[in-house]
Design a protein around this ligand. Sequence first.
Ligand code: UDP
Length: 330
Amino acid sequence: MAILVAGGAGYIGSHMVDRLIEKGHDVVVVDNLSTGHKAAINEQARFYQGDTRDKAFLTNVFKQEKIDGVIHMDAFSLVGESMKDPLKYFDNNIYGMIVLLEVMKEQGVKYMVFSSTAATYGEPENELIAETDTQEPINPYGESKLAMERMIRWADEAYGIKFVALRYFNAAGAKADGSIGEDHHPETHLIPIILQVAAGQRDELQIFGGDYKTPDGTNVRDYVHVLDLADAHMLALAYLQAGNPSQAFNLGSSTGFSNQQMLEAARKVTGKTIPAKIAPRRGGDPDSLVADSQKARKVLGWQPQYDDVEDIIRTAWAWKQSHPQGYGDK
Ligand code: UDP
């Protein structure tokens, strides 16, 4: 039986696929390569290029392969872009989920591990966000992921599709050997942008907003290594296959770092000056997003290997130095 990774050519997806293969799983990848990279997919995975919204395409993949469970990582994920073009997010993310669930139902596939996000919470009620906290997104990206979470819940009720929704905080880093990593076009994420400045590809970092309600005025986020995220998905799938009930888990480090602190950490890791200035707010950014991720540790037995943000940045820097232009395909 194979595991299908939808969005397996993306940043998190490619690390997921690599990890599954390392652990001896049979892996099928579906990706339309709109933001992903073919070169990022481990060669031992069977790759089908196509769109999750294309039901005929997806049905064909499920018919050709024996799929036991789906890891659904296929979505647009940029807060800023979603503020400018919400319908793009609702179409790709929500409609894609509808079709995927329909095909799973028709083909009798019962398990889904779904990439959800801290952005489903909106402005947090508590310093450490727990899974039971109110989910009131403040951007269309978070709204789309919340709708997707709710859809699977009803698909579980009606069709018995069991799910784990993993609410990631900020995915970061890369496989330590520098062979795969983060490569977005355009790049919008904090760490890769800081490293572009460190590598001399960009003049300066613009820190979006210096007047947030945080100790140094810049946004606080919770960074978690991409391979630790991948491990949580494998544990979640095993949890479902063991007959456990559907539920959601936060995945973070439970430690917050401000944008200013991330800049300092990157200066230390790279030994570069990294010029930076405070710029206007980006829109859609909550002050602070830090996970209480005890539940994933207790229930799934998740034990993140990376607990130091400098180590995480170091892996991203290794990727940047070995692949200054990313995969070079866009
Ligand atoms: N950020 C920034 N400058 C940039 C890119 C990002 O100040 O050039 C900030 C962004 O406003 C947020 C944090 O870095 O406070 C993390 O943003 P990112 O896009 O990496 O992840 P997100 O939190 O949106 O998932």
